[in-house]
Design a protein around this ligand. Structure first.
Ligand SMILES: [Zn+2]
Ligand SMILES: [Zn+2]
Length: 287
């Protein structure tokens, strides 16, 4: 279980292969949004002042950039145009067997403002209620909403400043609010979480458990793995959560951008065999 175990999709275990196929389908169907000059946003993401204002607000109020956005921050016309391709691609991978593709597209198209708002301010009840109305699962709506908002949020992440990303003190991503699972370690021994969703790289406090906040040395464990010791599993014995570290300085071949989590699934096996839970797993910890 060491090193990078495959170059070929067929060698991926079933669950990872399915995730990989889903991700590829999403990437393909986001092209329409990437082709938009503002990447699906209703304002110019290259406007330095606008981005600076988001960053300032974020640090002052400890709030993510996504939570400062609303449905009107997006070009809903562009998102609507991308919808049929996206849903078609995902349906081809078996996303929602209960509904036909055109019905699902129509539902989301008509309720796009609600879907977008529920992604920006995640609250299970909104999505649950909406999904029930549509006759589908909340998870289906989140997959579609997440896929539509990924290019604009990746765009915003790419224009945020290093100083901002290093000033953030929370575990969740400062740009999109997703919990991290992968951290990148570079030669300078600085570690940064790398958001699997918007790809922001932001400060990790290595002296503190990112889940429970435990700071005692006795509770931190680092398990080093890989042919050139390029991978680590960082865990906390207090809460049992772990995240994965990729040591770029020791890596022979860089993992594909945005697929770092999926490409290190073997670390999840090792960690979960030890009874650890992913840092980004939902639900409360057992005490
Ligand atoms: Zn993010
Ligand atoms: Zn902990």
């Amino acid at each position: 279980m060491q090193g990078f175990p495959y170059d070929d999709l067929h060698e991926l275990p079933e669950e990872q292969r399915r995730s990989f196929e889903f991700l590829s389908a999403i990437f393909r169907s986001q092209e329409e949004i990437w082709n938009d000059p503002y990447r699906g946003l209703s304002f110019n993401p290259f406007d330095v002042d606008a981005v600076a204002s988001f960053q300032r607000e974020s640090l002052i109020n400890n709030t993510t950039i996504a939570s400062q956005l609303s449905a009107s921050s997006f070009n809903l016309g562009v998102l609507r145009r991308a919808l049929p391709t996206l849903v078609n691609e995902l349906q081809a991978k078996g996303l929602e067997p209960e509904l036909d593709t055109s019905t699902l597209v129509e539902y989301v198209r008509e309720n796009l403002v609600e879907v977008v708002s529920s992604i920006l301010e995640p609250s299970e009840s909104d999505l649950g209620e909406m999904a029930e109305r549509f006759g589908t699962q909340p998870s289906i709506l989140s997959i579609i909403g997440d896929a539509l908002l990924q290019p604009p949020l990746m765009q915003l992440a790419s224009v945020t400043e290093r100083g901002y990303l290093d000033s953030w003190r929370e575990t969740a991503c400062p740009v999109c609010g997703h919990d991290p699972i992968v951290a990148i370690k570079t030669e300078s021994e600085v570690w940064r979480f790398k958001c699997s969703y918007c790809r922001a790289e932001y400060r990790t406090d290595i002296f503190k458990c990112p889940n429970c906040g435990e700071t005692g040395h006795d509770h931190k464990e680092f398990l080093i793995l890989g042919d050139s010791q390029e991978y680590e599993i960082a865990s906390c014995s207090q809460c049992g959560r772990y995240y994965k570290i990729i040591n770029k300085a020791k890596q022979k071949k860089a993992l594909p951008e945005g697929l770092e989590d999926l490409n290190t699934y073997f670390l999840d096996y090792v960690a979960q065999e030890r009874g650890l839970r992913r840092l980004d797993a939902d639900g409360p910890d057992e005490s």
